[in-house]
Design a protein around this ligand. Structure first.
Ligand code: ZN
Length: 257
C-alpha cells in the first residue's frame, strides 16, 4: 500500500490482466535468491575479480588461464543453483498467458530450468563452451575441469558461450529483444537496474512504443524516476508471488484465455 491508500500490486496486476502481452526483462537480482551473487556490490564477483582484468575478451585471449579462474567459479556456482520462486513465478505467468517472453541478462539458465519457454539470452549461457578457433561447441560439463583451461579437439582453448566485455551482444538476441520491447503491452523489469548497454535500451524502447513499464526491485534504481510507471518494492519472489495471487483473483485470467 502507498501512503495514499492505493495498492501498486493491484494496479500492476490490473495492467497485466488488461494488456496481457507482457515481457519480462531480468537481471542478476532475480538469481540472488538462488545463491548466485550479483556482479556488483560488496559481495559481488566484481569485488573479487576486477572485470577489466578478468572479464574482457582481450584478457581472455591474452591470459585464458587467469580468466578461467573467474569463469570456473561462475560455472560451479551456477551449476549447483536451482530456480527460485521468482523464476518459477515468471514461468507460471507465461503458462497463464500473461507473460509471453523473458529477456534475461543472466547466463545461469535458471529461467529455462523453471519452465519458461521463450527466453532471450542477451549475454549467452554458461551451459555451452565454444572454440575460439574453429567455433565447435560442447556442453560445458563435457569439457570443463575445475582449475584447468578446457580445450577443443583441435587443441585451441574453449570459451563459455557468454558475452565478455568488449564482445558484441549476439545479433539474434538483440533483434528479438528489441522486437519484444517494441511490441509488448507491459515490460516488467525484475532484479536489474538495466544500466549496462545495450540492455538499458530495452525499457526506453518499450516506453517509447507505448508499453507500461513495471519495475520489481528491492530499492529504487536509476530507472525508477524515468521510464517506470509502477515500482513494486521487494524481493522478486515475494512481489511476483503477490502479483500472481492478485491475477488469480481477477477471473479473466486463465490458461489459454
Ligand atoms: Zn576448435
Amino acid at each position: 500500500m502507498r501512503s495514499d491508500g492505493s495498492d501498486p500490486i493491484r494496479e500492476a496486476a490490473r495492467l497485466l490482466a488488461d494488456r496481457r502481452n507482457a515481457v519480462a526483462l531480468t537481471g542478476a537480482g532475480i538469481s540472488v535468491e538462488s545463491g548466485i551473487p550479483s556482479f556488483r556490490g560488496a559481495q559481488g564477483m566484481w569485488a573479487k575479480y576486477d572485470p577489466m582484468e578478468y572479464a574482457t575478451i582481450h584478457s581472455f585471449m591474452h591470459s585464458p588461464r587467469k580468466v578461467w579462474e573467474m569463469l570456473s567459479e561462475m560455472v560451479s556456482v551456477c551449476g549447483g543453483a536451482m530456480p527460485n520462486a521468482a523464476h518459477k513465478g515468471l514461468a507460471a505467468l507465461e503458462e497463464m498467458g500473461v507473460v509471453r517472453a523473458v529477456i534475461t541478462q543472466n547466463v545461469d539458465g535458471l529461467h529455462q530450468a523453471a519452465g519458461s519457454r521463450r527466453v532471450i539470452e542477451y549475454h549467452g549461457n554458461l551451459d555451452e563452451l565454444i572454440c575460439v578457433y574453429c567455433w565447435k561447441r560442447y556442453p560445458t560439463l563435457e569439457r570443463w575441469i575445475p582449475g584447468a583451461v578446457p580445450l577443443c579437439d583441435c587443441g585451441e582453448i574453449l570459451k563459455p558461450n557468454v558475452v565478455l566485455f568488449g564482445e558484441p551482444i549476439p545479433w539474434l538476441a538483440q533483434e528479438q529483444a528489441e522486437e519484444e520491447a517494441r511490441t509488448c503491452g507491459v515490460l516488467v523489469v525484475v532484479g536489474t537496474s538495466a544500466q549496462v548497454s545495450p540492455a538499458c535500451d530495452i525499457p526506453r524502447i518499450a516506453k517509447e512504443s507505448g508499453a507500461a513499464v513495471v519495475e520489481i526491485n528491492p530499492e529504487e534504481t536509476s530507472l525508477s524516476g524515468n521510464v517506470i510507471d509502477i515500482h513494486l518494492r521487494g524481493s522478486a519472489s515475494k512481489v511476483i508471488g503477490r502479483l500472481i495471487e492478485r491475477l488469480k483473483e481477477t477471473d479473466d485470467v486463465s490458461p489459454g484465455h
